[in-house]
Design a protein around this ligand. Sequence first.
Ligand SMILES: Nc1ncnc2c1ncn2[C@@H]1O[C@H](COP(=O)(O)OP(=O)(O)OP(=O)(O)O)[C@@H](O)[C@H]1O
Length: 233
Amino acid sequence: MAYIEVIDTYKRYKIGENIVVANNGINFSIEKGEFVVILGPSGAGKSTVLNILGGMDSCDEGKIIIDKTDISRFSNKQLTKYRRHDVGFVFQFYNLVQNLTAKENVELATQISKNSLDVDETLELVGLSNRKDNFPSQLSGGEQQRVSIARAIAKNPKLLLCDEPTGALDYKTGKQVLKTLQDTCRNTGTTVILITHNSAIAPMADRIIKINDAKVRSIEVNKNPLPIEEIEW
Ligand SMILES: Nc1ncnc2c1ncn2[C@@H]1O[C@H](COP(=O)(O)OP(=O)(O)OP(=O)(O)O)[C@@H](O)[C@H]1O
C-alpha cells in the first residue's frame, strides 16, 4: 500500500437547488517523501482534494488512507488532532500574525504540536535566520511566504500541503519559494503536495496529477525531476 491512497472519493456541494460535483470519483496514490504537483484549471476541484487530504473538509464517499489510517472515517475530534500534528498547510496568502515576529509566528505552530522541530533550525532551513526578529510588515512577500513554510514544517508534519503558494508572488520570488519547498522535501523527507495551474513547473515534481472537471485525467511519474533553477517559464 502507498503512503497516501485516495480511493474513489466524491464531494458534492449543494448551492440552492443545484448540486456542484467538485470531486467525481478521484483516485491516486503518493509515495512517502515525494514532491507532487496537482495541476488543473480554475474550478477543476484541486482545492477540494487538498482540503479533504488536510482534514479541513470531508468526502461524501470514498477513502483517504494516510500512513495506513483511513481519515475519511475520522470524528471531528480525530480530525482536529490530525490537522494539528500531521498536516502543514501553506496558502497563497501567508496568514501570518502581524504583531508577532517571524520567529514567534513559527513558535505558535510548534506550541500546538507534539513532534515539533527546533524553531531556529526551521528558520535556517528556509533561509531566514537573519530575519527572525522582524515583523511580517518588515518582510517581502517571498520572505513572508517562507515564514509560513517554516511555520508549516516546524510541526514536522507527515504531509505538507500547498495551495497556489506562489500565486501572489512575482516570477523570481515565486521561484525562490518553490526552491524552498523542493529543498524541504529533499532535505527533510517530507511529502509535499502542491496545487498549481502553472503547467510549466510540473517537471520539478516526482509525480504529476492532472485534474480537470472534477476527475483525475492523468498521473505521470517523473523519474528525473528537475531542480527548479533549471525550469524557465
Ligand atoms: N465550500 C464550497 N461550497 C460550494 N461550492 C464549492 C465549495 N468549494 C468548492 N466549491 C465548488 O467546487 C468546484 C471545485 O472547486 P475547487 O476550489 O476545488 O477548484 P480548484 O481547482 O481548486 O479551483 P481554483 O484553482 O480556482 O481554486 C467549483 O465549482 C467550486 O465553486
